[in-house]
Design a protein. Structure first.
Length: 88
């Protein structure tokens, strides 16, 4: 079984049709910061479930629901990684 993850960042409030086309068919989307507007998240959710990471341009109540970083995963055969898109 293949699980496809689409990664996008720096939309700054504009989700281009080309990006939507490239993300079509993925199982999950990670937006890695600088989303710009909550409507971008809504549009991405119409394609697949979304994990969002807050970037430096993301502010307001909606942005506080975004992660500050992806949690590290530990376990057999997994590398310990954590990814921080932005931290003040």
């Amino acid at each position: 079984m293949t699980f496809k993850i689409g990664i996008i960042s720096d939309t700054h409030g504009l989700l281009r049709p080309e990006a939507e086309q490239r993300l079509a068919g993925v199982d999950h989307i990670v937006h890695a910061g600088d989303i710009g507007r909550p409507e971008i998240i809504d549009a991405l959710r119409r394609i697949a479930p979304v994990t969002t990471i807050r970037g430096k341009v993301d502010s307001g109540e909606w942005a506080h629901k975004c992660l500050r970083r992806l949690p590290a995963r530990r376990g057999p055969g997994r590398r310990r990684t954590a990814w921080c898109a932005w931290a003040p």
